[in-house]
Design a protein around this ligand. Structure first.
Ligand SMILES: NC(=O)c1ccc[n+]([C@@H]2O[C@H](COP(=O)([O-])OP(=O)(O)OC[C@H]3O[C@@H](n4cnc5c(N)ncnc54)[C@H](OP(=O)(O)O)[C@@H]3O)[C@@H](O)[C@H]2O)c1
Length: 280
């Protein structure tokens, strides 16, 4: 990873933070996308201790907001004309339905729309790197995900876990469509399940969901273990030319039937592009 530039969302906590540290130890320079100044500065401080010669940086924004995503992409694009690895990893689960300033359901906006808009906004820098990689943190929760295009924003029957499962299904479908679009450019993209990991995930979700996660996490794996597949996809020569697949424990695994449906993937792409105001 010597000389490589890695942009990561959700790098201030959990799996993303460990992945950033591991990649720095391998020689990478990290560009954090973060919303919390306190947590970003703590993470940057640690990364600088690990590799003082590299200028690790942070760009601030809330990835659930379209205006922040557009500004973040413009800022990062101008600061980083070449990006070797983009890790779309920020994610959360919300026990009650919330709506963003763009009128979108918060789980969908944070966990799916942010991956789409940031990747689109950084496309030129990724292409400039030649053999760049886009890594999308999904989850085995996607196996339980369904997509109802009439109720994509969960205006009816919102439930925290189904909304989360849907957003993680969107991550696998997005990876599939993105891989088709990137074919022949040298840029690859893959998604992954990190395992059930003891991080801050679920802590801020509120209600009984947060309490349930707190209990379940007693049996979860460490963030160090959970970060392994991200680090593998970002750095291993084994997957230099692999694209469009879903990984678990550093191996490709078959995603759900729905996650392999190209017509659904393309419809989701078109709907997401429309919501984001992106014309292709
Ligand atoms: N933990 C698991 O068992 C598990 C299993 C499968 C998949 N995953 C996925 O793994 C990814 C990372 O989760 P984690 O377990 O490491 O959880 P975590 O410790 O809660 O970390 C989540 C990260 O996302 C950031 N984030 C969340 N919402 C954001 C927003 N609106 N704007 C900017 N940043 C935001 C957080 O920033 P702050 O520091 O500001 O909060 C934090 O850095 C997520 O995509 C999650 O869905 C986790």
């Amino acid at each position: 990873m010597q000389g490589k530039v890695v942009v990561i969302t959700g790098g201030t906590s959990g799996i993303g933070q460990v992945a950033a540290e591991r990649l720095v130890a391998m020689g990478a320079r990290i560009v954090l996308v973060a919303r919390s100044k306190t947590r970003a500065e703590a993470t940057l401080g640690h990364l600088r201790e690990l590799a003082p010669a590299e200028e690790h940086t942070v760009h601030y924004g809330d990835v659930s907001r379209l205006s922040d995503l557009q500004r973040l992409a413009a800022e990062i694009r101008s600061a980083e004309p070449r990006i070797d690895v983009l890790i779309n990893n920020a994610g959360a689960l919300f026990s009650a339905r919330q709506v963003t300033e763009d009128g979108l359901e918060l789980t969908f906006a944070t966990n799916h729309l942010s991956y789409f808009v940031l990747t689109h906004g950084l496309r030129e820098s990724l292409l400039a790197a030649g053999a760049a990689r886009v890594i999308n943190t999904s989850s085995h929760a996607h196996y339980r995900g369904s997509l109802d295009f009439q109720n994509l924003q969960y205006e009816h029957d919102y439930k925290a876990f189904p909304a989360y499962c849907r957003s993680k299904l969107c991550n696998v479908l997005f990876t599939r469509s993105l891989a088709r679009r990137l074919a022949g450019t040298g840029v690859t993209t893959n998604s992954l399940h990190p395992g059930f990991v003891n991080t801050r995930f679920g802590d801020g979700s509120g209600g009984w969901t947060g309490r349930l996660f707190g209990f379940l996490k007693l049996a979860a794996i460490s963030p160090e273990k959970g970060a392994e597949t991200i680090v593998y996809l970002a750095s291993s020569g084994d997957v230099a030319k692999t694209s469009g697949l879903y990984f678990y424990k550093c191996k490709p695994v078959t995603p759900s039937k729905l996650a392999q449906d190209d017509a659904v993937a393309e419809r989701l792409w078109a709907e997401t592009a429309k919501m984001a105001g992106i014309k292709e």
